[in-house]
Every structure is written in structure tokens, then in C-alpha cells.
Design a protein around this ligand. Sequence first.
Ligand code: GTP
Ligand code: MG
Length: 696
Amino acid sequence: MSYSTDSIKNTVIIGHVSTGKTTLLENLLFTGGKIAKAETIDSGKTVSDYTEEEAERKISIHSSLSNVEWNNKKLNFIDTPGSGDFFGEVILGFRACQTALVVVGCDTGAQIETIKLWRNLDKRDKPSKVVFINKCNKERADFKATLEDLKKRFQKTFVPVTIPIGIGAEYKGIVNLLEGKAYLKPESGKKEEASEIPADMLKEFEEYKAIMMEAAAEGDDSVTEKYLENGTLTTEEIILGLTAGLNSNKIIPVLCGTATENSGVASLLNFIESIAPSPSGKKEFIRNEDGTKEEVIMDSAASPSLFVFKTSIDQFSGKLSFIKVITGVIKPDTELYNPHERKKEKVGKVFTILGKKLEEVKELSAGDIGIAVKLPAAATNDTLCTPDNPITYRTMKIPHPIYSLSVTAESKKEEDKLNLFLHKVAEEDLTFQIKFNNETKESIISGMGELHINMILDKLKDKQKIAVLTKPPQVAYRETITKKAADSYRHKKQSGGSGQFGEVHFEVSPIERGKYLSFINTIKGGAVSKGYIPGIEKGIAEGMQEGVLAGYPVVDIEVNLFDGKEHAVDSNEISFKLAAKGCLKAVLEKAGPTLLEPIMKLTVYSDDQYIGDVLSDLSSRRGKVLGQDSIGGGIQEIKAEVPEAELLKYAIDLKSITSGTGAFEVEFDHYSAISGKIAETVIAEAKARKAAAATE
Ligand SMILES: Nc1nc2c(ncn2[C@@H]2O[C@H](COP(=O)(O)OP(=O)(O)OP(=O)(O)O)[C@@H](O)[C@H]2O)c(=O)[nH]1
Ligand SMILES: [Mg+2]
């Protein structure tokens, strides 16, 4: 079956950990007839949480794609993990979908990850939002309180489209306000069926319907007029108003139910199929090389182009590229071009997927999501297009990692295997990085949190059978100077044959942070020939690699070469290089050398109730708080500058300070001088490391 752009709906399912996203999807697929039975999380057999690690831990770790046909429309769903450690898997869902289905617990209201995701939706792709209030059967479930909580936190127009019949232990099903029908929760293993609204729900139905009508009237000008004229709206007019309001993000429709009992699910399918936006007519952006942006409309009639939003390796099928078709129609054997790799790529067969099960399809139209198998060069974030019109679609911005560890294989022999595995992981998961730090000679792995990194280390141990040692990474300290100083150095060697001779006089002074090196040559009268200057510069560059205090690289100095001497026969470039290196060392000793430490720009998100603890903890970490802002939803945003050395375990510590609710972002900002006890410790540790390395 082929689907045109306007019969496709792409929905990313997001929300705090364990709100029931995967269970809801399982029941959407069951109700839609895609699967014969809805499995439970406990069984470990759901479509979406199909990996061993997900089944074992009973949480989602990867995003997964599935689809269901409903009233001749193709509904694509991307289920995402709720844990902030796997945020990278959510970003790609934002990028590929027009609608975000935010799942909220009826017993909890919006929780911290939901609030963070909400903020990110607004910052990033701005899809339309629909809320599903799940777990209406829970003991402490309270529909009205949850609705109020959402309104208070996000200050938006939330409009119930379905409401619960009874709540908690009394939960019986839902009333669909649009359809004017009730859907009582079905018997176990069965699907919902529409029925008359129970008499004792009629009053509530009328009240909520009036609220929905008013909101719909605000969604679109033509509907507003109708409402003012007639004082009421037909169902078609309500749909028109809601559709417009949802499209422009003015209205957030709210549905409800109990995923584990397959209740409220049919109405959600109906709603997405009839009201959620399709990709048809939606804009995409091309980023030109000069930084300008260009708009493209998703349209099947144009020549084919697509965006790769995820890459994964399947043990049977090999590399799977998850693609979003932007223009044209992708058919089997379509020849495309990858401008990033400057390579032709042929899409072989075209697939869609149900969790892990590939399903071959005839074609994918603009706006649709699917899979291409074994594309030779394509990586996540690549665009494939026609060779005559090489373009690049807007790429996904990957957040900075917040937690790093230094890793080595216990056995040196396994070092290569370890690196190979880690690089493979990084290819699939853009929030995971592996870098070799040349300065400290460490392999550093970084990710979005302790859980994220531990999952990867577990795989290393359990699947690859590689034993690894981990430790916090070394901080990249620097050295600089605090005052002007001058000195000279003569390099001289005369051992038969031709000798070596070079003499330089340097004056060094501190310069602005971040300027690294300014080299000036103020020699007058040709005391040192021009031809030796490159040698002197090389000597300075080499000398700066190892400072005089603790052997850390030297930065932010001006070196003035103000005098020198050369020998007609013995001078050469190498002599001047060695002279420069020696002179730099001597002059640095005199110039008040000091240590610099990296200072990070830290943004912490914390629930109001933990603010005091977060702030006092920051001050114990030598942090400088720059500002504190309430960002709505009972969440405070704290901006601070904190030394990197104090943040090595912050991903773990913040969780314990805030009972797992806090979150943060961090990036390098600048270097700042340290002295006293802290500096003494750093110097002593560096010296000890050097001594240990020398005896190895
Ligand atoms: N009582 C009740 N429990 C539910 C409901 N929906 C899901 N659950 C349970 O909540 C737990 C988490 O469900 P999941 O579907 O894994 O939640 P999730 O949002 O996908 O979780 P992550 O992907 O790990 O963030 C499971 O034990 C489900 O059985 C519901 O409507 N009512
Ligand atoms: Mg899940």
C-alpha cells in the first residue's frame, strides 16, 4: 500500500520515565490491528522495547519506529525513552515528526523530564503537542488536578477531548467529547467499542464540550465568526478550530485513558488520524554553505531528497538508516547523492519497520518515515538528494555530554577491540563520544549521564567480554605567567666537526586569556638572521607544551625576541630551536608561573524544593552563581561558573541532591588562575604521575 503525503501522520511519543509510553504504543498497535496481542512491559515482549537490555531493565533505552494504518491513513510512531540519559534518542524523534504526544501520569502530573522535554520541544522543532493523561486507573489518579497542574506549569490552553468515567479503582472508561460517545474499558485482550454516554456523565460531557467548543472557536478566525454568530459549533467546525489551533500550537488537546487496559486508545487513534497535522505543506530548511537558510515544502511532486535521522546496526540486516523523505517519492533502487560524503548512494529495497521487524514497502512519499538498508556512506544527519541539486537539510543539534570517564582495557591486547566497539557505539548514538586525549594519553568516553555510560560499559563486559578499567578523566590544567620577565639562553656545542650555536634573549609578558601566544621579533641590526626565526618559533611552540610548574601546557604569553647572537659557521635552525626552548624555560621560571584550571558554564534545572541544597552544593564546589530564573512549571534555572575539577561526578551527585529530578547542561567556558592549597595538590599529583610513569 502506498500513502500520499497528506495521509501520513508522524507522532513522537515522549514523557517522563515510566509514564506508560511503550505500553500505550503497544495498545495503539493492537487496536489498529497491527499486532494480534498487546504485550506487557513485564513480559519483555513489546514491539518497542525489543532489545535484550530493554526487556531486562524494563525501561526504554532506544527510540523505536512503528506504524499502523487507521482509516486509510498511515500513522507512524516513534516511541522514545523517558530517562534524560537517553535524550539523544528523543531529539531524533522531534526531528522526524510533526506531532509530539506527551504522556503524563494521572497520578503524578507533569514531572521533571516532561518539563525539560517540553522546553526542548519549544527550543528545537516546535511540533504540535497533544497530551495523553495515562494511568487513570491508579490509586491516586486525579484527572482535574493533572489538568490544572499542566495549565499552571506550561501556561497554555489545554483542551480535554476525552474525559475519564470514574477514576482510580472506579475507572470505567472514557467519554469522547468530539464523537459524543463513550468507550468503556474493554475486557482483557479485547478492543474498545463506542457506546452511548452513561446518563450520569451527561452533565460533565456538556460542561467539557462547552470548554472544547470555546477553545476551538479561538483556533481559527472563520470558526470564531461562526461561534459568535450561532453561539454554538457543529462537530466539523470544532474539528476545524482544533486542527488550526493544534497546527499553530495555540491549543494543546488532552486525551486520557489507561494504557494497560487498552482504554482511551481508539479515541487517540481517531484523534491523530483526523486532527493531528500531516507533513503535507510543512516546511523544511536547507542550510546553505554560507550559513543562509532556504525553505522547502514537503512535496511528493519534487525530485527525491531525504534526511537520515538515525542509524542502527541490525545483527541480521546490517546497517539500517532511518530516513525521513522530504521531497519526491523514494522507490527501490533510487539513485541518490550524499553531498556530505561526496558519494553516490543507491537506495536498494525500501522498508518500514515495526520495532525490530522490517517490512518491505513499494515506496515512501514525501513526509513519510522508513528505512534504507546498507546505504554505504550515509550517517545520521546526512542528506541524500539528486546529484544535480546538492543540498543539506538542517541537522540535529546534539547536546554536550555531561559525564565522562577515562577507559582502558585491563589487558593491553584488547585495546584495539575496545576502541573498535566504542567507535561503533558512537556511530549509532550521537550523544556518546569517544576521544583520545593526546595531552593526558587517555581514552575518554562521554555521555548524557551515569546510566548512559554504565549501559555501554555493561555491554562491553557482558557481550564483548572485554574487561575495562575506568576512572574519572584528568582535568586539562594549563600554566601561564603573572608578570613580565626577561632572560637569555645560549645553546652551544662544539664536539669536533661542525658545532651548534644559537643565543636568544626573550622578554615574556602575560596577555589576555584565550589569546594563547603572541610572538614578536624586535631585534634590531640583524643580531639573528631572519632564516633562524622559524627555528625559534618552533622552540617556543615545543617549550609551551610543558610548563615549569607541573608540566601542563603553557598558554597566554607574549614572547618578545629582543636580542640574540649567531655564529657564522655553527648556527643552524635546530640550534636556535633548542636555544629558544631553553630560554623559554628560564624566563617562565622568573615570570611568576601559575596554574590555570578550566571553568565550565553550568546550567542546572531544579525543582523549587531543592533549590537551597543545589545552591549550597554549588558553593562547596567553588561555583560562582551568575543568575537564577524561574522558568515555569515550578522549575528554577541556575546559571553558574564552576571549575571542571569539581564537576567530574556532578551527573551522579546532582541526582542524589534532587532525588533524581535535577538536570544540567555544561560546556567549557574559560581558564582561570588557581593558587594556594588547590594548586599545590594539582602540582603534587602531576609530579607523582610523572614519577610513576618514569618507573613503569
Ligand atoms: N496502573 C497503570 N500502570 C501502567 C499504565 N500504563 C503503563 N503502566 C505501567 O507503568 C510501567 C511503565 O510502563 P512503560 O510503558 O514502560 O512506560 P514508558 O513511559 O515507556 O517508560 P520509559 O520508556 O522507560 O520511560 C509498566 O509497569 C506498565 O505496566 C496504566 O495506564 N496504568
Ligand atoms: Mg518506554
